[in-house]
Ligand binder design. Structure first.
Ligand code: ZN
Length: 394
């Protein structure tokens, strides 16, 4: 768990200001199977570094996330640029005995791709008990632990340093980025490389995609922040890019061990600071506009999707009392309720297209255009109004 006293991991500054405080909200990812079931509430607020505009979640009192019990496979979210990453990796690999490590390897979906490409010596670090088991069953060696400096010392003794370390969508979940980077540096061979992938904070600050302020994400990086942090912990950046993914953007970065440096001198990012300063006002203005329009929406009103992007969007915009149900095809979610904070039932696309009453559908399946295309025509024919909520930003 990060402390509010902790200095900024990017620039070491200790002064932070509030980005936005959502107050008490339901913890995301909670599915209930009876309307009387209790659900946990958390205090959710974010702050930004007054020197470099790095954003992090305020810690409050909640204990840090326990990913050992999480069972959320990410195999359906493989980005379109995955082959580009693997091609780059293939150019770097030399011997069959070179260890390739993936931190936060989930159910092994990414490592599967490397195994198909002929990779022999591989290791996954994954804290989730169930996902680690799925990866093991597919033949990947797995260490079922959290990656940190203490574990890195043990892993290095047992396996030696890694030639390549993949770290995709992990950094934003890590409570102590400084400890994590020290561990990463220790585990990377002198001639090795690391690949980092994390969401781009400009989706939130510039494009105002407020639903990306997820309670599981503790840190939010721009390409500049990630570059500075990576250099600070002794890596030289070899290649970096920003790529679109599911309605937002991801930062991709390849780095090699180099010199350890002091925290980068404060180079005030005035444009980024201005985006942080104005974020709360812009989000509240947008939320008010959409809530005012919602008074005229024909009921019942539904949202496409019943995962955290949709619950975040509804809770953060204060639309909860206007949403009658959510639509999702994950079999685990059928017949469940999602707290928004009032308990909202989940229906399937099939039920929706079979004629379940509907007046308005919010197109909150961010980035899932195929799904939107599938429902659009039949629903419009029935007279349902379809709304892209972010069009209210205009
Ligand atoms: Zn900073």
């Amino acid at each position: 768990m990060i402390s509010i006293q902790n200095p900024c991991p990017v620039c070491s500054n200790k002064r932070f200001a509030e980005l936005i405080d959502f107050g008490e909200v339901p913890q995301s990812g909670i599915l209930l199977f009876s309307p009387s079931e209790h659900f946990p509430m958390i205090r959710l607020a974010f702050e930004y570094c007054l020197a470099c505009a790095f954003i992090r979640q305020r810690p409050w009192d909640q204990s840090s996330w326990d990913y050992r019990k999480v069972n959320r496979p990410t195999r359906g979210q493989m980005p379109v640029y995955v082959n580009e990453v693997i091609d780059f990796f293939n150019q770097s690999q030399s011997k069959d005995s070179d260890l390739v490590l993936e931190i936060g390897g989930n159910d092994g979906a990414f490592m599967d791709q490397l195994a198909i490409a002929g990779l022999k010596c591989r290791l996954i670090i994954e804290p989730s008990l169930s996902l680690a088991e799925v990866a093991r069953k597919k033949g990947h060696p797995v260490e079922n632990v959290y990656f940190n400096l203490i574990e890195a010392e043990r892993l290095r003794k047992r396996y030696g340093p890694a030639k390549v370390v993949f770290c995709r969508h992990v950094l934003e979940h890590v409570p102590d980025p400084e400890d994590f980077f020290r561990a990463l540096r220790l585990m990377t061979a002198v001639e090795g490389m690391v690949f980092l992938e994390t969401p781009d904070v400009y989706g939130i600050t510039q494009r105002l995609l407020g639903h990306e302020l997820w309670d599981e994400h503790l840190s939010f990086y721009s390409l500049d922040h990630l570059s500075r942090l990576t250099k600070r912990f002794g890596f030289d950046i070899y290649w970096k890019a920003v790529r679109p993914h599911r309605g937002g953007f991801n930062i991709l970065l390849w780095a090699r061990p180099g010199e350890l440096r002091e925290a980068a001198s404060i180079n005030t990012a005035e444009k980024d600071l201005a985006l942080c300063r104005s974020f709360k006002e812009r989000w509240l203005k947008f939320s008010l506009k959409i809530r005012q329009d919602a008074c005229h929406w024909k009921r019942p009103v539904a949202c496409l999707g019943a995962s955290h992007p949709q619950s975040n969007f509804v809770v953060f915009s204060g639309l909860g009392d206007r949403i009658d149900f959510l639509v999702d095809d994950d079999p685990e979610k059928l017949n469940s309720f999602v707290p928004l904070p009032n308990l909202t039932p989940v229906l399937s696309t099939e039920q929706l297209l079979d004629g379940h009453p509907l007046g308005t559908l919010l197109l909150t399946a961010f980035g899932c255009q195929d799904w939107i295309d599938k429902v659009q025509k039949p629903l419009v024919r029935r007279g349902v109004r379809l709304i892209d909520p972010y069009l209210f930003l205009a």
